[in-house]
Design a protein around this ligand. Structure first.
Ligand code: BGC
Length: 417
């Protein structure tokens, strides 16, 4: 009896093993695309992969900007059980590659001729030590101002192009009892606004010095004092319930007319499309005040994690599928971003997408295509966190701009060590 049971057990164990290898073409993907527009875009990928016989094991970790996803990913890697692939922003790709945690997608990259079509700014993050360790899914632009067109029209307002104009327009709306700015008080959202203000007030060279180079003089400058002054002014234009609000709920406020504007990346466009509204008509998209001509960017990469032989084929399939021109078009039309390859036609994109595709070329040409701090392309994770802390503390207290600038210098200096 015992023997029979043993052999039955062994037989079912063998079946489980066979099952496991039959599923070798599954990919387990860790990501933070859980808002409506994000999930819709992810479905484009899941469906594309299923036509290629690659199964999808979903590992969603909710939380805009991806901080919670990073925490989960660290725990998974530390316990020796990494996912096949994970959504990462540029600096995170680099840091995981430095840890030796990433695999090698070079074979897929060479077969697909990625080097010829992926913009240099993205290649810098996707490649490590001469190898492709991640595949870029999109290019997002965080420095957009989204405007409810009907509210502006009813109140005879025109989209602001400078922070001064923004303040005037916002005050007019506030005086009429309309919430000028939809905002979610979470560190990454505060930092998204901060990015826009640094770039809009200081210009591209100042952003490069202060953020990308973490230059102490720039961080402690009068310009940075003005940046914090503007952050304080913005604090007066948000509603009382902003604290902790998710970004997509803030976007919804603009869509349903509860607020007039939002400073947010073009993942907000995914929500606009899902609400059956027309980007560029119902909801206007203009560069954040003072940033026309410059382009902050962030890219979502899928980085190859689990480097076991079993999963290598599935990883390559995922990477090749993501880089195909048809997928890049289909996915980015839904996600709100633009393709991560230069040879996709703008034809099917809406007015905001077409503007993004034109603006990025212009910005690259004039040296103002810059990595977003808030979205993992401006600084190491340690310095990024240090800046987030100061920006959020300032936004939620009565700290003076001068004190904020001093704290910023101290925080960045110690994080950069
Ligand atoms: C990601 C986007 C995402 C957004 C909000 C950004 O950092 O790049 O893909 O939609 O965060 O979660």
């Amino acid at each position: 009896m015992k023997y029979k049971m043993m052999s039955r057990l062994m037989a079912s164990a063998a079946l489980v093993c066979a099952g496991a290898s039959a599923q070798a073409a599954d990919v387990e993907v860790l990501h933070w695309w859980t808002a409506g527009g994000e999930a819709a875009a992810l479905n484009v990928l899941k469906e594309d992969l299923s036509t290629k016989g690659v199964g999808w094991e979903d590992m969603p970790v909710a939380g805009g900007g991806g901080e919670a996803a990073q925490t989960t990913l660290k725990a998974r890697v530390a316990s020796g059980n990494p996912p096949t692939a994970a959504q990462l922003l540029g600096m995170q790709v680099r840091e995981w590659a430095q840890e030796g945690a990433l695999g090698d997608l070079t074979q897929a990259a060479e077969a697909g001729g990625w080097a010829d079509v992926v913009p240099g700014a993205l290649k810098d993050f996707a490649m490590y030590d001469g190898k492709w360790v991640a595949v870029p899914v999109n290019i997002h632009r965080p420095n957009w101002l989204w405007i409810n067109a009907a509210i502006f029209e009813e109140n005879g307002l025109t989209p602001p192009t400078t922070w001064e104009e923004f303040n005037t327009v916002a005050q007019t709306l506030k005086d009429k009892g309309i919430t000028p700015l939809a905002h979610g008080g979470q560190p990454w959202q505060d930092a998204t606004v901060f990015d826009d203000v640094v770039l809009g007030i200081g210009g591209a060279d100042f952003y490069r010095k202060a953020i990308i180079e973490a230059d102490m003089d720039a961080l402690g400058s009068d310009t940075m004092v003005q940046v914090f002054d503007q952050m304080r002014t913005l604090r007066g234009f948000v509603d009382d319930n902003f604290s902790g609000r998710d970004w997509n709920l803030a976007t919804a406020m603009v869509l349903n007319g509860e607020a007039a504007m939002q400073l947010m990346g073009d993942w907000a466009k995914g929500e606009i499309i899902r609400a059956d509204m027309v980007p560029g008509e119902d909801i206007l998209c203009v560069a954040a005040p003072g940033t026309e001509g410059s382009y902050l960017f962030n890219t979502d990469f899928f980085a190859a994690f689990d480097v076991s032989d079993d999963n290598r084929d599935a990883q390559m399939e995922l990477a090749s599928a993501v880089m195909s021109p048809s997928f890049q078009e289909a996915f980015n039309l839904v996600k709100g971003s633009i393709p991560a390859r230069t040879d996709v036609s703008p034809e099917k994109f809406d007015a905001c997408g077409q503007k993004a595709m034109k603006d990025i070329v212009e910005a690259e040409g004039n040296g103002s295509l810059l990595g977003s701090l808030a979205h993992g392309h401006g600084q190491t994770s340690a310095v990024q966190r240090a800046i987030f802390d100061v920006v959020t503390e300032h936004f939620n207290s009565d700290m003076s701009s001068q004190d904020a600038v001093e704290e910023l210098q101290i925080a960045v200096e110690s994080a950069a060590m």
